[in-house]
Design a protein around this ligand. Structure first.
Ligand SMILES: Cc1cc2nc3c(=O)[nH]c(=O)nc-3n(C[C@H](O)[C@H](O)[C@H](O)COP(=O)(O)OP(=O)(O)OC[C@H]3O[C@@H](n4cnc5c(N)ncnc54)[C@H](O)[C@@H]3O)c2cc1C
Length: 403
């Protein structure tokens, strides 16, 4: 039997997130979005309030104040927060993913150091650093060695020394802890060359460069991270040396990265759709209320149909990860993300069109929704490349990612 009903706890969390959006995010989002300085778009106050109601620590174990939220639960909450603001939802989404990884893949000693650091500080934000200027898609094999991640980590005595540069990193500059991918064994096979590290922002040689002035998602930072002889303890290697690609990246897929990305951008599109429905009920045009035109019926129903289909696909992919008795199918998550991201962008554009010229004006949230929705055509893997990855998995083509 298949059950489509949300669990009682998921409904409670959804309602809590809706209230948070209504009372905390909507009143401030337009003003933060319009800040010309990209640093001023992020609100620590919003983060602290999210922490107070338990939204920051969803992935932690119950004894650490979390709820060990599974992927479907994170989708439910992420969609709601993004209906308020996509940038802030991304900030939380990154935190859920990386704290989930710390709980599950870090060893006992690392958990003892990093879980209290994260748990006890309401302003502790987390980031993951993979992308480099040479191309974010280039960690997907097969690639020439010179094209892939260039950041190097060398073991010198009892320290790892990192050198390199990461770009477009969500939360970078706000975060206190970074999960960083670097080359440890350049002469080895692709799958054995990379390792993952936890780097604190107070590490010597760590610095933040440019914070991007973005088209959308202006309530979160995306910055460059510099490692200039950045020195961290030997014990900050996550997993085994050379296990960055096969183990840690696979694990992050199991943390539902693509699925959460899809769920959040869907939240933005749902908000745009709901605004369009309200607009259609009020606007008198062509001799009657807009929603009484057959053309409007068709448009709105088509938008709702695609949003519901995208959500069902995301939940199906999440169920695959959340169900220990089901064999993992890693092709589902990238495809569900691509479907959600393209659907979200299309629906948001159509919702904006229903507002006519008013949708183009900053008095309404529609133009912001569209700027925000565009981000996930590229973020968390460009859609083209995610489909290439899915095809490799589906048809058992060479250079499959998780060998
Ligand atoms: C809002 C936002 C937040 C982000 N947050 C993070 C973060 O927190 N951490 C992080 O590490 N990164 C982050 N990124 C980076 C993101 O993951 C990369 O932008 C993405 O992986 C694509 O890399 P790229 O921009 O270099 O595009 P490219 O890799 O240069 O791709 C551009 C285009 O090239 C084509 N292409 C690429 N590869 C192939 C191929 N093999 N075959 C055929 N065509 C191809 C595709 O059409 C693709 O659309 C973020 C990006 C954005 C926009």
């Amino acid at each position: 039997m298949v059950d489509f009903k949300l669990a009682e706890q998921q409904v409670k969390l959804r309602d809590l997130a809706r209230k948070f959006v209504r009372e905390e995010i909507i009143p401030v989002r337009a003003e933060l979005d319009r800040e010309p300085d990209p640093h001023k778009g992020f609100s620590w106050d919003l983060l602290r309030k999210a922490d107070e109601v338990g939204l920051r620590t969803l992935s932690l174990k119950k004894e650490d104040g979390g709820i060990e939220a599974d992927i479907i639960t994170r989708c439910v909450v992420g969609e709601e927060i993004a209906a308020g603001d996509l940038g802030f939802a991304v900030c939380l989404d990154q935190i859920w993913k990386i704290s989930g990884a710390i709980v599950k893949i870090c060893n006992e000693e690392q958990q003892e150091r990093f879980i209290p650091m994260f748990r006890d500080d309401p302003e502790c934000v987390l980031s993951i650093c993979i992308t480099e200027p040479s191309g974010g898609s280039n960690y997907i094999p097969p690639m020439e060695r010179k094209e892939t991640i260039q950041t190097r980590a060398e073991l010198k005595g009892d320290k790892w020394v990192l050198n390199g540069l990461k770009c477009f990193i969500s939360n970078a500059g706000l975060s206190k802890l970074y999960l960083v991918f670097a080359v440890t064994d350049p002469d080895k096979d692709f799958y054995e060359r990379f390792s993952a590290f936890l780097v604190t922002s107070d590490s010597p040689g760590f610095s933040i460069g440019k914070t991007e002035d973005k088209m959308g998602q202006r309530l979160v930072w995306n910055s460059t991270v510099n490692f200039d002889d950045c020195t961290i303890p030997k014990e900050n290697l996550v997993g085994r040396r050379g296990g960055g690609m096969p183990d840690v990246l696979k694990f992050l897929a199991e943390e539902g990265s693509n699925i959460q990305a899809g769920a959040t951008v869907l939240g933005t599109a749902r908000a745009a759709y709901e605004a369009a429905v309200e607009r259609a009920k009020e606007r008198f045009i062509g001799g009657k209320i807009m929603i009484h035109h057959q053309l409007t019926h068709h448009k709105l129903a088509s938008m709702k149909m695609r949003l519901d289909a995208a959500r069902a696909y995301l939940y199906r992919a999440a169920y695959n990860i959340d169900s220990p008795d089901e064999e993992n199918d890693y092709s589902m998550a990238p495809m569900a993300k691509v479907f959600a991201a393209t659907t979200a962008f299309d629906v948001t554009k159509e919702a904006l069109e229903l507002f006519g010229a008013y949708g183009y004006m900053k008095d309404y949230p529609m133009e912001k929704y569209l700027r925000d929705a565009a981000s996930f055509l590229h973020s968390d893997g460009v859609n083209d490349v995610l489909l290439i990855r899915a095809a490799r998995l589906l048809y058992d083509l060479p250079a499959e990612m998780f060998q």
